[in-house]
Design a protein around this ligand. Structure first.
Ligand SMILES: [Zn+2]
Ligand SMILES: [Zn+2]
Length: 298
């Protein structure tokens, strides 16, 4: 696997590549761990590479600063985030090519359906991406009927396509608006629940990270990052072993769990990275499901 990935990395040239290089190096360090599937790792790297390509093009194109949303709402209004139809289509085509090469039958079928539908109606992809960000369950249900793709697959796919556009839009918000804290733990920029909680290397402060827009913000340790519950009797942790740097923080109020990584327990020089933790902490998703917790619910 390493050779294939290395070749891909060398072909990257623009701004997002350094970060992706670091991710891939960290992923390679995980290679051989019995709980990590090489296929899944390749899939995540291919998606990240296609997203980085779009991110680089968006960064090169630049754009005017964006106006933040109204008080009490996410700073980015998903219905107004700038989307580029050609780049969206490019990203969809990249995902489709990769899925077909990886022989992922169900993924390829869904993506090809979406490609055909987009050929007929170019606005459809944009509609899906905005609905997945909200998310807007009514629009997603309607698209499920039109496209004959399960709603959960549409949500994942829509958010995968949306991520580089949301990240680019986040960087166009006024600096002073970012870094705000939502008491429920949701991302103040895009409204998503956090993907990962990390305890920082220096002092063990807790930071939450959003996979959709790339935002990161500090949040209290003894509070559920998914609903804001701070009743200690309702909060717990689930882990495989006490030495493990990764565990789940669970909440009986919302029955959800967030993946957590303690950077102080990671090898020297290694910090928590979303792509790497998605792969490295896969066993925690399985554990959460087994114990009856939903890891993320939108
Ligand atoms: Zn976000
Ligand atoms: Zn909760």
């Amino acid at each position: 696997m390493s050779d294939k990935i290395d070749n891909r990395v060398q072909s990257q040239t623009a701004s997002g590549s350094c970060s992706l290089d670091d991710d891939i190096r960290a992923l390679e360090a995980l290679e051989g761990s019995e709980y990590i599937s090489a296929d899944y790792m390749r899939f995540r790297v291919a998606v990240a590479r296609a997203q980085a390509d779009v991110a680089d093009r968006l960064a090169a194109a630049g754009g005017e600063p964006l106006v933040a949303g109204a008080a009490g709402k996410p700073l980015l209004d998903a219905s107004l985030v700038p989307l580029d139809r050609d780049l969206l289509r490019r990203l969809l085509d990249s995902l489709c090519t990769f899925c077909a090469a990886a022989d992922s039958a169900s993924g390829t079928e869904d993506l090809e359906r979406l490609q055909r539908a987009t050929d007929k109606d170019a606005g459809l992809l944009e509609q899906l991406v905005r609905a997945a960000c909200g998310p807007d369950p009514d629009v997603l249900q309607s698209l499920t009927r039109t496209l004959e793709i399960p709603v959960f697959a549409l949500l994942l796919l829509g958010r995968m396509l949306a991520a580089p556009f949301m990240a680019a839009a986040r960087l166009r918000l006024p600096e002073r608006e970012r870094g705000q804290e939502d008491p429920t733990g949701h991302c103040a920029v895009c409204g998503s629940p956090p993907t990962l909680s990390r305890l920082d290397k220096e002092e063990g402060h807790r930071f939450l990270m959003c996979e959709l827009c790339g935002e990161e913000w500090e949040f209290p340790r003894l509070t559920c990052a998914l609903c804001g519950c701070d009743e200690q009797d309702n909060l717990g942790i689930l882990f495989i072993s006490e030495e493990d740097p990764r565990w789940l923080e669970t909440c009986e109020t919302c029955k959800r769990a967030v993946k957590t990584v303690d950077e102080r327990k990671l090898p020297d020089g290694q910090t928590a990275r979303l792509l790497v933790e998605d792969v490295a902490g896969l066993y925690l998703d399985i554990l959460a499901e087994k114990e009856g917790y939903v890891r993320i619910a939108f």
